[in-house]
Design a protein around this ligand. Structure first.
Ligand SMILES: NC(=O)C1=CN([C@@H]2O[C@H](COP(=O)(O)OP(=O)(O)OC[C@H]3O[C@@H](n4cnc5c(N)ncnc54)[C@H](O)[C@@H]3O)[C@@H](O)[C@H]2O)C=CC1
Ligand SMILES: CC(=O)C(=O)O
Ligand SMILES: [Mg+2]
Length: 471
């Protein structure tokens, strides 16, 4: 495999030197020869004949760390203890913490926040359970629940490996919308087990954000929880993605002077995200949608054991196009990828209609990288944070839950999702709209404000708000 340039990536090498056998200069030369530049040195421990140092090293190529490790193996007196990079260092010990809102400074504080005084608060909630919203963290707290079965596009990597993503989502909730979110990764992938567990933990939360639960189980899990709980349950990969996709598509169509009714749209990856995006497109007026999954185009001439695919086939591809991705994309205006990295080729795009719109949204690796396709497309977007036009549900879930919590909505309904999509699209004015700017940045503070405002309005108008927030 060709080495990928690492674009200034730094790593930290912890090394131990036996100073009777070698000098630091030997290690430094080995690092230099392997393609690394030492930019900082920290001495961690030292004794008469042993020293442990952390070396911050800028690496020139992807295999530089491996080459350094190999070089060290051949050098007596040098031991490589650990290699980490800034991403791993950021994850040390996890990315979030819980902090009390007030310090407990004396016995009086102690008896108020805890026993005996806390008992009066417990009794008040016992008499009127709705007071849990005013007297506990419930009103501002969301559970980010995953079973680790469809983590980004990494697949079924399980609950432990899902934690960094769920912690990341919790950080985003807090930073962008001041929602206290907690990552909960379940050691079960059984539909009934997940439903029972989420119901059992629900009293402490004002909302449930389901994340990275694979299809088709995610549909039943969400549906049942929506029916059985009185707080909003929102499968982010379905609805968060659909909301942002719809906002981005409205702007991309505007930019290329097309109407959604006329656009020929191909959705690749008919899982949680692909299905929900299609439903939103159809609700928004799209009439020419074709779905493609691993086995090809979904058609109404076939019977699918997956009930959602059956529904999909019956509501899309009215022209009965057959084949795979290549056939689906002939003359298509829009490609929406929610499938797997690298599956879209330049040859596919060159058969699309003029001014194609390509949304390659698989994470972490998009269906095609922007640099491979930018000369062929009118607009290209990915789900990643390191390219322009990031179509990612992070633009939606902080604001939508902020609004739902503030008005104590019982559900997040279609009206609220549509309002959120329109809010996101509206943050970019017609003057600002351009091929590299069809969706606002997540750092644009107007996104959460606007989404929240319109979500509260929509919840109120549709009768699911249980209070009116103070502005
Ligand atoms: N940018 C964003 O905001 C979001 C991106 N995603 C990404 O979308 C992808 C799918 O996520 P989910 O829908 O949650 O997963 P999922 O597991 O529910 O669905 C994935 C679907 O893609 C299909 N697929 C896989 N490889 C394919 C291929 N080569 N050709 C056609 N279809 C293929 C699978 O059969 C499955 O139906 C992931 O990469 C995920 O990271 C998901 C949610 C949000
Ligand atoms: C962004 C996201 O939720 C995903 O890729 O699964
Ligand atoms: Mg996800």
């Amino acid at each position: 495999m060709r080495n990928q340039p690492l674009d200034g990536k730094t790593i930290i090498l912890r090394i131990e030197l036996d100073t009777k056998q070698t000098f630091f200069g030997t290690a430094a030369t080995a690092i230099e020869n392997a393609g690394g530049d030492i930019i900082a040195i920290d001495v961690i421990q030292t004794s008469r004949d042993r020293t442990v140092r952390d070396l911050t090293v800028k690496v020139r190529e992807a295999d530089t760390p491996g080459r350094i490790a190999k070089a060290f193996e051949k050098l007596p007196g040098i031991r490589l203890i650990n290699v980490s990079d800034r991403t791993f260092l950021l994850h040390l010990g996890g990315k979030i913490t819980i902090q009390p809102k007030t310090p407990i400074q004396n016995r009086d504080d102690l008896s108020r926040v805890y026993t005996p005084e806390v008992a009066r608060v417990c009794n008040a909630i016992h008499e009127d359970p709705s007071k849990a919203f005013t007297l506990t963290i419930k009103r501002n707290c969301v559970a980010v629940v995953s079973d680790g079965s469809a983590v980004l596009g990494l697949g079924n990597i399980g609950p432990f490996a899902a934690m960094p993503v769920m912690e990341g989502k919790a950080m985003l909730f807090k930073q962008f919308a001041d929602v206290d979110a907690f990552p909960i990764c379940l050691d079960t992938q059984d539909t009934e087990g997940i439903i029972a567990t989420v119901k059992a933990i629900a009293p402490g939360f004002g909302g449930i954000n389901l994340e990275d639960i694979s299809s088709p189980r995610c549909f039943e899990i969400e549906q049942r929880l929506r029916e059985e709980l009185d707080i909003p349950v929102f499968h982010d990969d379905q609805h968060g993605t659909a909301v942002v996709l719809y906002a981005a598509l409205l702007n991309a169509l505007k930019l290329t002077d097309r109407k959604i009714e006329d656009a020929r749209i191909v959705v690749c990856g008919i899982g949680a995200a692909g299905t929900a995006c299609t439903k939103m497109l159809l609700a928004g007026g799209a009439r020419h949608v074709i779905g493609v999954d691993r086995e090809g185009i979904l058609t109404r001439d076939h019977h699918y054991p997956n009930g959602m695919w059956q529904w999909y086939a019956e509501h899309t591809n009215e022209d009965r196009v057959y084949g795979g991705l290549a056939e689906a994309l002939q003359n298509a205006d829009v490609f929406i990828g929610l499938s797997a990295g690298g599956i879209l080729k330049r040859e596919h795009i060159s058969t699309m209609a003029d001014q194609p719109i390509v949304f390659a949204m698989a994470n972490p690796e998009p269906e095609i990288r922007p640099e491979e396709a930018e000369d062929l497309v009118a607009v290209i977007a990915t789900g990643r944070s390191d390219y322009p036009n990031q179509i990612n549900n992070v633009l939606c879930f902080p604001g939508i839950f902020r609004g739902a919590l503030d008005c104590r909505a019982s559900v997040i309904n279609e009206e609220m999702k549509l309002a959120a999509a329109e809010a996101i699209a509206s943050v970019i004015s017609t003057d600002e709209l351009g091929p590299l700017y069809i969706v606002p940045s997540v750092f644009n503070q107007r996104v959460v404000e606007e989404v929240r405002r319109r979500v509260v309005q929509a919840a109120t108008a549709s009768g699911v708000a249980r209070r009116q927030p103070r502005e």
